[in-house]
Design a protein around this ligand. Structure first.
Ligand SMILES: NC(=O)c1ccc[n+]([C@@H]2O[C@H](COP(=O)([O-])OP(=O)(O)OC[C@H]3O[C@@H](n4cnc5c(N)ncnc54)[C@H](OP(=O)(O)O)[C@@H]3O)[C@@H](O)[C@H]2O)c1
Length: 245
């Protein structure tokens, strides 16, 4: 149980659909006040209305991970309304280069992917860190992917060994580096920082080709968002445990 007596303020980016929406729902179900962040107001408000109709305490927050102005406005709003943030789930992500190869991926696709999946995540986290530091039990979950694991990519027996789009995979490897460096920097604080691999999940990201449900995908993320005070930091996990870097 957290030192905040269970009443946590949690913000999930890219929460209007897919895994992020389900994470928002599961966090709300455990009693959190959920800030459902989305870059598009209409889609965000629709998602907010759905979860409110289920009886949950959910508030739409406008946040585009690539737009620093929205980070500042969102952080100001959260600061004024709640004076802290307990959980930040960096879920928003894109995959633009399915089918391309390291030899032919375009620099624009590489840049765009890193802008969202890495630079945006870092900027959002930096904007919310002052509020996370005010929490008795801060948690940051970076939604990575098994495709970010260089160890798995080097194993010919791995199920996804052949899945090698450079932009997406490298953006998640770099995101994992952010997890390790930030966790180290914050190791004397109460904030825990971990990477989560939700597994191959049916969402718009992969044209619903994934074989896992969003409920399954969200589980490890919510677990890492709910770690006890003596829980781990600086790790990389899927629902079965540790994922090799
Ligand atoms: N699905 C899988 O198999 C799988 C596996 C491993 C990891 N993941 C990771 O899980 C996370 C969620 O993906 P998903 O599968 O749920 O995909 P999804 O259904 O396509 O959802 C992606 C979410 O990210 C949002 N987003 C994209 N760019 C954004 C930006 N600049 N600012 C704010 N929000 C933005 C999207 O908003 P819009 O609706 O406005 O586009 C959407 O809400 C991603 O980080 C992904 O890499 C997914």
């Amino acid at each position: 149980m957290s030192e905040n007596n269970g009443q946590m303020i949690a913000l999930v980016t890219g929460a209007n659909k897919g895994i992020g929406f389900e994470v928002a729902r599961q966090l709300a179900r455990r009693g959190d006040t959920v800030l459902l962040a989305a870059r598009n107001e209409e889609r965000g408000r629709e998602a907010e209305a759905k979860l409110k109709a289920e009886g949950f305490d959910v508030h739409f927050v406008h946040l585009d991970v690539e737009d620093a102005e929205t980070h500042q406005t969102a952080a100001k709003f959260v600061g004024e309304k709640f004076d802290r943030l307990d959980v930040l789930v960096n879920n928003a992500g894109i995959a633009l280069d399915a089918g391309s190869k390291a030899s032919n991926v375009s620099p624009d696709v590489l840049r765009k992917t890193f802008d969202t999946n890495l630079f945006g995540v870092i900027a959002v986290t930096q904007a919310f860190l002052p509020l996370l530091k005010k929490s008795d039990d801060g948690r940051i979950v970076n939604v990575s992917s098994g495709l970010g694991s260089l160890t798995q990519h080097s194993d010919p027996t791995w199920e996804f060994y052949g899945v090698k789009p450079l932009a997406y995979n490298a953006s998640k490897t770099a995101l994992n580096a952010f997890t390790v460096m930030l966790a180290h920097e914050l190791k004397e604080t109460k904030i825990k920082v971990n990477s989560a691999d939700p597994g191959f999940t049916a969402t718009d990201l992969n044209g619903h080709s994934g074989y896992r449900t969003v409920e399954q995908g969200a589980t490890v993320i919510v677990e890492l968002a709910s770690l006890p005070s003596d829980g781990t930091t600086g790790g990389y996990f899927d629902e079965n445990g540790v994922v090799p870097w």
